[in-house]
Design a protein around this ligand. Structure first.
Ligand code: FCB
Length: 498
């Protein structure tokens, strides 16, 4: 492994969600435009025709096009609970969260927001908000307890009821096949380090498509493969908790392969469903105007963004990343003839999840430039939303985009009068929606936007400490209380804009 890679791995550790204190914002010199251009995050406009429907309306209001999908997102392990019901098997997150010291306060997803039992109430909440799109994930171990073989009908039935309930309320379902809850039995057989798991994923996807494909217009394959790679296999603070750079990038390849195989499975199953990947993309900017920072940023961007985007959308892994990993790396040795053709099987849309920018120094470290949220890894920078959306369109063409996650945790408390005043979330969402609108005005074919999250939930290694929801969950009673931001979002949806 090259020196740069080793340095990068070290600085990743500093950037990780549990160890971000190291990243402080001193010594930033470069102008935003110069820095961004160097990083491939150029803010300059292109000549694409603008969609007149997304122009600011008279009076300064930002109208979104009719039919724009106003949404919210969740994932199975984070909200469902019912960990042992109806034939559900164990996932890596059950194992990880029950391992002492892995999750803050020893929290687990055993009960979570009890959505498995309260989904009807949650569907009604979505209707009250006026949502047009709901992004959720299907739990693989509910469908195949040990990750192989015949599907568990009771698991599929839950999702059928949920999907029917969405349609009854006029809400379009958007289903993610994998949001990190790998069946533990497959982990025991090597997990994503094993190439075979990609094939197991395709078989699982096939069962799901055949059972639910007639009712789901949009599918997402794998949520944030990069987070599995970095948090699960580099830093070890997500399941399965490994710290092994060689394994990490082999896992990246197998996740991408699994994505491509699932796209092919959907095409083989037939039907009208659309499908795409769900990538968390980080605009990378040099921390200063030195050539060294530009060079380091370029490689950083390769690991953060191009590794996933290029392979899925152009059928090539980025040369600089492959060179940095080296020909003897497990990943490079693991790429077989034909894999990239599978990975780049044409998709119908790309899901973008945006939370934070990254500023890279010449030494390959990172610095902080903007205030953070309660999640220390998150710098609040709405222009990053504009930069990343326009960049995807510029570099990969006019493929439809959806924002499937954007949000922040705020220090929400339930007041005596029964309200939750999360003014910070309103400001954040307003500014990020305005940035998305600006990107659309500049030619980005963005079709929908999903707030992370509908409900407060199990935030992985942070347990229940961080509250990311539009709706407050009082965990002892499981009562749902829409926060001020939920009322605000309902009004935005009703008005069709800001
Ligand atoms: C994303 C995850 C999602 C949630 C948010 C805060 O990386 O996809 O499950 O944890 O971060």
């Amino acid at each position: 492994m090259s020196i740069l890679t080793r340095r990068r791995l070290l600085r990743r550790a500093a950037l990780s969600a549990t160890a971000t204190a190291a990243a402080t914002g001193a010594g930033l010199a470069g102008t935003a435009a110069a820095s961004a251009a160097l990083a491939g995050c150029d803010e300059s406009r292109d000549d694409r025709p603008r969609d007149p429907r997304s122009q600011p309306a008279p009076g300064g209001a930002l109208r979104f096009p009719p039919g724009f999908g106003w949404g919210a997102a969740t994932s199975a392990y984070q909200i469902e609970g019912a960990a042992k019901e109806d034939g559900r098997g164990e996932s890596v997150w059950d194992t990880f969260s029950r391992t002492p010291g892995r999750v803050r306060n020893g929290d687990t997803g055993d009960v979570a927001a009890d959505h498995y039992h309260r989904y009807v109430e949650d569907l009604d909440l979505m209707r009250e908000l006026g949502l047009g799109s709901y992004r959720f994930s299907i739990s693989w171990p509910r469908v195949q307890a040990d990750g192989t073989g015949a599907p568990n009908q009771r698991g599929l039935d839950f999702y059928r009821r949920l999907i029917d309930g969405l349609h009854e309320r006029g809400i379009a379902p958007m289903a993610t096949l994998f949001h990190w809850d790998l069946p533990q039995a497959l982990q025991d057989r090597g997990g994503w380090e094993s190439r075979d798991v990609a094939q197991r994923f395709a078989d699982y996807a096939d069962h799901v498509f055949r059972a639910l494909g007639d009712r789901v217009p949009v599918w997402l394959t794998i949520n944030e493969p990069k987070t599995v790679v970095q948090n699960g296999y580099l830093h070890g603070h997500h399941a399965p908790g490994h710290r092994d750079p060689q394994a990490a990038y082999l896992v990246a390849h197998h996740l991408q392969l699994a994505h491509g195989l699932a796209v092919r499975a959907l095409r083989a199953a037939g039907g009208d469903g659309r499908i795409g990947p769900a990538f968390n993309l980080h605009p990378c900017y040099p921390a200063d105007s030195s050539p060294g920072a530009a060079e380091a940023t370029r490689l950083y961007d390769g690991y953060e963004n191009r590794l996933y985007l290029d392979s899925a959308l152009t059928g090539r892994y980025p040369e600089d990343v492959l060179a940095d990993l080296g020909p003897d790396s497990r990943m490079v040795r693991g790429i077989r003839d034909g894999d990239l053709a599978v990975i780049s099987t044409p998709v119908d849309l790309v899901a973008v999840q945006y939370y934070t920018p990254i500023y890279v120094t010449a030494e390959g470290g990172t610095v902080r430039r903007w205030p953070t949220s309660e999640a220390e890894w998150q710098q609040i920078h709405p222009d990053g939303m504009y930069d990343i959306l326009t960049r995807v369109t510029r570099d990969y063409g006019p493929i439809p985009l959806t924002v499937t996650e954007n949000g922040l945790p705020t220090p929400d408390t339930l007041a005596d009068d029964g309200t939750v005043d999360d003014a910070g979330r309103i400001r954040f969402l307003h500014d990020h929606l305005a940035a998305a609108h600006r990107a659309m005005a500049d030619g980005v074919p963005l079709e929908s936007f999903h707030v992370w999250s509908l409900l407060d939930n199990f935030e992985w290694a942070e347990g229940y400490d961080q509250r990311w929801g539009l709706v407050y969950v009082d965990y002892p009673t499981q009562r749902r209380i829409p926060k001020r931001s939920a009322h605000w979002y309902r009004d935005v949806i009703a008005a069709g804009g800001l």
